[in-house]
Structure formats: C-alpha cells, structure tokens
Design a binder for this molecule. Structure first.
Ligand SMILES: Cc1ncc(COP(=O)(O)O)c(C=O)c1O
Length: 377
C-alpha cells in the first residue's frame, strides 16, 4: 500500500462563504434595517469563537452574543470591537468589573446586579449599557413579566445605567402549534406598547432566534438573534424549510491504520463486533474525545470516496473503526467525512442528530478542542 504523508488529526472545515450566504438569507427574511446579533457562545456552535467572530466583524455584524463573561473577554483580547451581549445573569463578584473593563453588555434582571453596575459605573465615570431579559415562557432566566414595569422604572432611576435593550427568548418557535409562541409574542408586544406610551425609546427590542425568524419573521423588532441558521442548520429536522441555508462545517478525520482481518476477528473494546467475513477495517483518528458521540458505535457511518463505511465496534476516545471492504486502496492519511460533504455525497447533520435523538446544536457544540478549525474563504 502506498504511504501518503501521515496526518493523524481531525479537522472541522468552516466554510465562511456559506456563512456569509446564510447571513444574507437571514437578512432577506427580516426588514431591511433590522440589526443582527449572532450568538457565538459555546465556541461559536463548535465553529471556533475567535475565527467566526473575526470574520463576522469583518463583514460588519451588528452585535455578537455570548453566554458568559469569559467568552466575551476572550474576544476582546483578540481585539474584537463589535458590541457583545452576555445572555446570562452575572453571578461571580469579579465579573462585574471585568464586564465594565472589557466594554461588554450585560443582561441584568436582578435589582442587586443593577445596583452593583450603577455603583461601578459611578466609580469609573461610565454609563453602563444593559439589556433586560424577560421570561415570557421559557421558564429559564429572566425577569417575570409582571415585574418588568417596576424594573424599568428602577432602571431609569439609576444615573449610570443606560437601558439599551429588552428581550425575551422563544421556547417553542419550532413547534407546529403556534399558540404558545403567539402568547409569548403578545406579552412582549405589550411591553413595546408600554414603552411607546411612556415615550421611552430603547434602541434594541429583540426576540427572534432561528426558529422564530423562520416562522414568525414579522416580529423582528429592532434586532434578531439567529444562531443555528447562521451556521447553516435547522433547529431540528422537522422544520427543514427551503430557505437555502448552506451548512458551514465539514468534519473530517484521517485514516491512521488499515487492517485486513480474517473472519471472526474481534474489533474494539468489549468485542461487541466480530468480523463476519474477511474485512478491511480502517481506524479513523477521531473519537469521543473529539466529540463523536459513542452512541454511534456499531450504528453510524462515515463517508470515504462517497461510499458509506459502517462503524464497527465501540467508538474509542481517539479512534473510530470502520469497514472499508468495498473501497479501493484506503491509504494512511486519507480523509474520511464524519459529517458534511464528501465528494458528491453528504452526511446531513440534522439526520445524524435525529439518529442520536438530539439536535444539531449538541453535535456541533461537542466537537472538541483537538479538532483543528480551518477557515475557508
Ligand atoms: C438568548 C438566546 N438568543 C438566541 C439564541 C440563538 O438560538 P438559535 O441558535 O436557535 O437561533 C440562543 C441560543 O440558545 C439564546 O440563548
């Protein structure tokens, strides 16, 4: 067997042209002057928080969103200047000053946090922009709807706080039954009406995530927050629509061993698989340590030369063993596709998620640090 240059690593190829295309698709679904906030939390849905944020800033994104202060601080260290909203309420004492120092925008839903930011603002002679998250039915974080009106009044009584945004998060915008989402939107709208009546002009009212943009785009308000659709995927397989999204990631890894086993040879931990005949088994340099779900053991497949190669035995931390019987000359270092596009064939992330009874988000977010992200412009 000819030996190519050996490369034992795994790669997530991130297609930035596709990302830009998806951004344009998003723009086409909402009103022209609607701002766009892109969530880049959880390592930009596995696509690499720094690489993706730099690219988005270059193409003029309006806002970035992260879950935690440290994610925003990392971006500031990388000289990213775009506004960054932190979705989670601040809990750690040190984070208050870090947020101010790094010019991040916190979400504030507790009076105690509001007071701390106001005091720090005074001390630093700074006005602190904040957003308020209202819980209209997600049952997660956010201020209760009935408390919002008082909360807004308190915010306006604080000299060093600027109310830059108010938002809520939709829990069920991908469900067929629209009633719950419409009730959430109605509650949010009553706040918009209240603000108008009080002549309070807040720059960013925002609600819509990807499923919201797909199904309720008329509620775009001032800004939308699409995550998964920017990366080219649907929130789940049931609401795949023909809106022309292009997947951004191809996850690939190299063949690091090729063995011709006799019939009845055990493969992998626990010997859950014995070859049924003479079989070519290739080991791929990728495993659950890289975020490949072990539940795909004995069930999933990878693509090589556009052919399906079934996973044999249990997925290991660093390798997956696959059958390559029908293929000519698999060579060490050749790349197989774990999901995404091979040559002409594609393993659709939404299908892989369905197989695992999960959502595309989880598969993307689990792709480990060892996988090198390569950006293609
Ligand atoms: C507050 C908030 N907004 C927007 C999003 C983006 O959601 P999606 O990726 O479904 O568009 C998320 C993701 O979880 C979120 O937490």
């Amino acid at each position: 067997m000819a030996e190519k240059q050996y490369n034992p690593y795994s790669f997530a190829f991130i297609n930035l042209r596709n990302m830009k295309h998806n951004l344009m698709r998003i723009r086409s679904l909402v009103k022209r002057n609607t701002k766009i906030l892109i969530p880049v939390k959880s390592n930009a849905y596995g696509c690499g928080i720094v690489g993706v944020s730099k690219y988005l800033e270059n193409i003029g994104i309006d806002y970035l969103g992260v879950a935690f202060p440290h994610e925003g601080i990392r971006l500031r260290k990388e000289k990213i200047r775009a506004p960054i909203l932190i979705f989670n309420e601040v809990i750690h004492e040190d984070d208050y000053s870090r947020i101010i120092k790094n010019n991040l925008t916190p979400t504030v839903c507790m009076i105690s946090s509001l007071k701390k930011f106001n005091q720090l603002g005074k001390r630093n002679n700074k006005k602190i922009n904040i957003h308020i998250n209202i819980d209209t039915g997600m049952g997660r974080m956010g201020i209760a709807f009935k408390e919002i009106f008082n909360f807004i009044r308190t915010v306006y009584s604080m000299e060093n706080i600027v109310l830059e945004g108010i938002y809520t998060h939709l829990s069920s915008a991908d469900e067929k039954d629209r009633r719950f989402t419409l009730a959430q939107l109605k509650e949010f709208d009553s706040i918009a009406v209240f603000l108008k009546q009080q002549k309070l002009k807040i720059p960013y009212l925002h609600v819509l995530n990807s499923a919201g943009i797909m199904n309720y785009s008329q509620y775009h308000y001032d800004m939308v927050r699409p995550g998964i659709m920017l990366y080219g995927y649907f929130p789940d397989n049931r609401i795949r629509k023909s809106i022309g999204l292009k997947p951004c990631m191809d996850l690939k890894s190299c063949i690091v061993s090729v063995k011709k086993h006799r019939k009845n040879t055990p493969v992998g931990y626990g010997h859950t698989y014995y070859t049924r005949r003479s079989e070519v088994i290739a080991s791929i340099s990728c495993g659950y340590g890289d975020g490949i779900n072990r539940l795909l053991s004995g069930r999933g497949y990878v693509l090589f030369q556009d052919m399906k190669c079934l996973i044999r035995g249990r997925i290991c931390m660093d390798q997956i063993m696959v059958n390559m019987n029908s293929l000519s000359d698999p060579v060490l270092g050749d790349m197989v596709t774990i999901f995404g596009r091979d040559k002409k064939k594609l393993i659709r992330l939404e299908h892989a998620a369905e197989e695992l009874k999960t959502v595309p988000y989880e598969i993307l977010c689990q792709i480990g640090e060892r996988v090198k992200r390569i950006y293609i412009e």
